[in-house]
Design a protein around this ligand. Structure first.
Ligand SMILES: *Cc1c(COP(=O)(O)O)cnc(C)c1O
Length: 368
């Protein structure tokens, strides 16, 4: 494949005034920059036609296989304006690798890492003005995804796919900057993933399946769903789009515990980074099975002092309570815990370029 991306500029890009109005309150996933990247794949030609084009609706056959049998996968990562004006992103090589893993599980072609990474810098080369200023807690959310475009209703892997990268400004996950713990609903009605299923892939169907339990959680005043394993209905796995951490004890004795990756849990990049940073913080770090029972009892008797979720969107988000069909437990007096906030601070300062990147996690997409 010719690795050179063609470039067709948007004839009517947003004005600075329009962008500034969006920057005032970007929210999440509501506004998109002027361009997108597309790369085609076909069984005959492999990956071809990498292009930067104006952000625009797709033309798709109503028989496109993605619309019927759900061959769609995605990734999510953020680009941050650095203090020197450059634009960098956090561990995108891990997103590229996970995207290949998701593709493999869904019988889709694997996008080479180099193409994935180049697509990020190609988009921001033309849309760098869409990346919010340094110093705030705004970022630019990048959404790479792939879908089966071949028309046909036979149930088999499609022979044509489209990789697309879109992106847009993202506001602070916690509006107003104050980190407010959220409640989670420990569901016993639904499960997220079974061994041999698609739990470790970021495929669209997993999120469609999460919407009903999510609505049930919302009806109980919870922002997130915590899932138990599908076989024993005993072991905590994760939340709908965040991995889960439990802090036992406090201070020098703090132990940071997260469920081990047993083949049903999405391998979060923030999860992996938290495990590294918690060790640096001096915490004991343990990956093991954690039962719902242990969590409810541990919070009630004070052994578990903090619970938090990890994921690209929220980075690290404290959990204030765990609710379930039989009642609820409150965590850490509904205040963000000390270890939670330290880990959050360590991660966000690496991402924003205000702390040294000792792990070489940051990758520059657009130089200063
Ligand atoms: C994306 C996702 C996460 C978080 O992954 P990060 O790489 O840390 O953003 C966790 N759980 C599920 C189910 C996810 O889809």
């Amino acid at each position: 494949m010719d690795p050179q991306f063609s470039r067709t500029l948007n004839p009517a890009p947003a004005t600075k005034a329009q962008r500034d109005a969006i920057f005032a309150d970007p929210g999440f996933g509501r506004y998109f920059s002027d361009h997108m990247v597309t790369v085609k794949w076909s069984a005959g030609a492999g990956w071809h036609d990498p292009a930067v084009v104006p952000f625009a609706p797709l033309q798709l056959s109503p028989a496109a296989m993605a619309l019927h049998y759900g061959q769609t996968i995605f990734e999510g990562l953020k680009a941050y304006r650095q203090p020197d004006g450059s634009i960098a992103t956090f561990r995108p090589d891990a997103n590229a690798a996970r995207f290949r893993g998701s593709a493999a599980r869904m019988a889709m072609p694997e996008l080479p890492d180099e193409l994935f990474l180049t697509s990020l810098s190609e988009l921001l080369a033309v849309d760098h003005e869409w990346v919010p200023a340094a110093g705030g807690d705004h970022s630019f959310y990048l959404r790479p995804f792939m879908l089966a475009t071949e028309p046909g209703l036979g149930v088999r892997p499609a022979a044509e796919y489209l990789y697309i990268l879109i992106g847009g400004p993202a506001g602070a996950y916690f509006p107003g900057g104050s980190i407010v713990p959220v409640d989670v609903w420990l569901t016993t009605d639904y499960t997220r993933a079974a061994l041999g299923g698609t739990g470790t892939a970021k495929c669209g169907g997993n999120y469609a399946a999460s919407l009903l339990p999510q609505a049930q959680a919302a009806a109980h005043g919870c922002a997130q769903v915590a899932y138990l394993d599908a076989v024993e209905r005993t072991w905590i796995e994760e939340m709908g789009s965040n991995n889960m951490f439990f802090v036992f004890g406090s201070g020098e004795q703090a132990e940071v515990v997260t469920p081990s990756l047993t083949g049903t849990i999405l391998s979060g990049i923030i999860r992996d980074s938290v495990l590294v940073l918690a060790k640096e913080l001096g915490c004991q770090v343990t990956e093991r099975r954690v039962s719902g029972q242990e969590v409810l009892e541990g919070v009630a008797d004070g052994r578990i002092t903090e619970i938090f979720g990890s994921g690209t969107a929220a980075v690290v988000a404290p959990i204030g309570g765990v609710k379930h069909a039989g009642g609820e437990v409150r965590v850490a007096g509904d205040e963000p815990g000390e270890v939670t906030m330290k880990l959050r601070g360590m991660l966000t300062s690496i991402q924003c370029g205000t702390a040294p990147d000792t792990h070489s996690w940051m990758r520059t997409l657009v130089p200063a």
